[in-house]
Write a protein that binds this ligand. Structure first.
Ligand SMILES: C[S@@+](CC[C@H](N)C(=O)[O-])C[C@H]1O[C@@H](n2cnc3c(N)ncnc32)[C@H](O)[C@@H]1O
Length: 472
């Protein structure tokens, strides 16, 4: 019998490492092509493609870093490619450009040896872009001749002003750089702009919400690490598996989203019988927290969502909560509160917004959003605010929340609604409510009536929270 036959069975992937890594690169390429082509979202598509390709954990991590990192840094990489190729990115075939961007990310930001990055991308180019392989080879070799730091200096020195420099180096469109600066200036913290932009380019940790009264035992059994701020938040060694095994009682959720939901549910003690509404509930992350809080306090929740498929996600998000939650499909602007007498005691308006506060999670979002989206959204936010205020009982509380720090969507939409409803709505001290909810004091700036969370300061998405009370 040969020595090999006597060895215990090995469970390692028998394919040579090159082939396995090539498959990860192909997955990342497919995802970037789909994102470029249409409406695909990397965070939804990537897990499916990884599963379909049968990648193991290490290869899946490589594909994820390659796809997400390349998408985030696309603006910077295109400038590098333009200098190395001696032509504008818009003049390069889009598929070839994707192959090049993936190569540049491996060379400048991943620990892939230059020769491996170049050879593998040339092989990929041969497969997907035939005759362009020679061009890919030449450009990537030129990129690899210069170190990452020197590329940064070269790219920065090609920019005319500070906004251009920040935009190029941190790979954010200039209008987003300006919007972030304005939001930070609004709270007297303009000096934090670079830290914010850098934080956006860093992959966020996977954070968990332990649904109050429901998920604590499973969380304790798994030995989770409590979050710094959210009293129901935690991290775990294998968060996805823990969430999947919990029957919906432990959920993946950003700490800032948890604080936003808790700001409403814990703004004041719950009186049994209260009626709550989540006006724009899909996909249901905050609705799940509210439903658990309502269950514990003797309140009931209605969750409304305009898009049927997203209302279905709300239903799924609520499976672990043993409470009757009515899920409605409808335009929140026409919400039926059942007459003034039967209005709601608390309403969450987690408004449709540009999502500029969650760019870490949606790597392609910064390239898809347009300044023209802002006025469309602020109009909708205003209409939803009017509907929400109209659906509140006198004395009832509204939480206006956005996952965008853009001041038009935060102070702009809010201020206009306050002016329209002057005399019947007042602002509450949101800051003290959120500080009261938080495990540790949050470093918050600006006025006491609103709370703006930040990725660079709090490690959360940039959530904006404002609590209002209807006075009559
Ligand atoms: C920011 S998301 C809400 C996120 C949700 N609260 C969560 O934590 O999972 C905004 C939601 O509003 C929905 N939406 C957009 N326009 C709407 C409208 N006119 N009425 C109700 N929902 C709307 C969107 O489909 C989207 O699901």
């Amino acid at each position: 019998m040969s020595g090999q036959a006597r060895r215990p069975a090995r469970r390692r992937d028998p394919r040579p490492p090159q082939t396995r890594i090539a498959r990860s690169r192909l997955v990342a390429f497919d995802v970037l092509e789909a994102v470029r082509d249409g409406e695909a979202y990397a965070n939804l598509l990537l897990p499916t493609r990884i599963r379909r390709a049968g990648l193991d954990t290490a290869d899946a991590a490589f594909a994820t870093e390659l796809a997400y990192g390349t998408l985030r840094m696309q603006g910077f990489y295109d400038r590098v490619i333009e200098q190395a190729a001696g032509r504008a990115a818009s003049e390069i075939d889009p598929t070839v450009l994707v192959v090049l961007r993936l190569g540049v990310h491996q060379i400048l930001a991943m620990r892939v040896p230059d020769h491996a990055a170049v050879n593998e991308q040339v092989a990929l180019a041969r497969k997907v872009a035939g005759p362009a392989a020679g061009f890919v080879n030449a450009v990537l070799r030129r990129v690899a001749r210069t170190g990452a730091e020197e590329w940064r200096e070269r790219i920065a020195s090609a920019e005319r002003d500070e906004d251009g420099r920040l935009s190029a180096l941190t790979s954010h469109p200039e209008w987003i750089v300006r919007a972030f600066r304005a939001a930070l200036e609004h709270e007297g913290r303009a000096g934090e702009l670079e830290a914010l932009l850098d934080a956006d380019d860093t992959a966020p940790r996977v954070n968990l919400a332990i649904l109050p009264g429901l998920g604590e035992q499973a969380a304790a059994d798994a030995g989770v690490e409590p979050d710094r701020y959210s009293p129901i938040g935690a991290t775990a060694e294998d968060p996805i598996r823990l969430a999947e095994a919990s029957g919906g009682r432990i959920r993946v959720q950003d700490e800032g989203s948890q604080l936003a939901a808790l700001a409403l549910s814990r703004a004041e003690p719950i009186r049994p019988g209260e009626r709550w509404l989540d006006l724009c509930a899909g996909p249901g992350g905050k609705a799940a927290v509210l439903a658990a809080e309502a269950l514990a306090g003797g309140a009931t929740l209605v969750a409304n969502e305009a898009v049927p498929a997203r209302a279905e996600l709300v239903r799924k998000a609520l499976v672990g909560i043993p409470a009757e939650v009515e899920v409605r499909v409808g335009d929140g602007r026409a919400i039926d509160a059942g007459g003034t007498e039967a209005g709601f005691d608390r309403i969450l308006l987690d408004a449709p917004c540009t999502g500029l506060g969650a760019l870490r999670r949606r790597p392609e979002a910064r390239w898809r959003k347009r300044p023209a989206d802002v006025p469309e959204l602020t109009k909708l936010q205003g209409e939803l605010l009017d509907a929400a205020i109209g659906a509140l009982k006198p004395g009832g509380i509204l939480a206006y929340v956005t996952c965008s720090p853009h001041t038009a969507e935060t102070f702009g939409s809010l201020g206009a609604a306050l002016a329209r409803h002057a005399g019947s709505v007042e602002q509450l001290e949101t800051r003290s409510v959120v500080q009261g909810v938080s495990r540790h004091p949050l470093d918050l700036a600006g006025g006491a009536e609103t709370v703006q969370l930040w990725p660079h300061r709090h490690g959360t998405d940039a959530m904006f929270i404002a609590l209002l009370r209807r006075t009559r």
